[in-house]
Design a binder for this molecule. Structure first.
Ligand SMILES: [Zn+2]
Length: 98
């Protein structure tokens, strides 16, 4: 997490800020990342992929405005990444992504 601004060297960091997006009212649906379990080779009849998701907090340098996003769920995201989970669109995948 940013303790000192990599741009200007200031220690005046404002951490732990929720990141908003246009479609999210009152911070209820902030931007997030989501990693989804790959489909097994022998797919069971009933199979629902597991996933790990996380929103972001932002840290803003109070001296120059440099901003970094971070998550507190990094360990779960790393574990999911090591298990082969990938970041996917939320479409129904009817049309393949080019
Ligand atoms: Zn700065």
């Amino acid at each position: 997490m940013m303790k000192k601004c990599p741009e200007c060297g200031s220690g005046e960091i404002v951490p732990n800020l929720i990141v908003f997006a246009d479609d999210s009212a009152n911070g209820l649906n902030p931007p997030y990342v989501k990693l989804v379990e790959p489909e097994p080779v022998k797919r069971p009849f009933v199979w629902v992929p597991k996933h790990v998701a996380s929103g972001f907090r932002a840290a803003v340098c109070g001296a120059c405005g440099h901003t970094e996003f971070y998550t507190n769920r990094h360990a779960e995201i790393l574990e999911a990444h090591r298990k082969g989970y990938t970041s996917q669109t939320c479409s129904l995948n009817v049309i393949p992504i080019p």
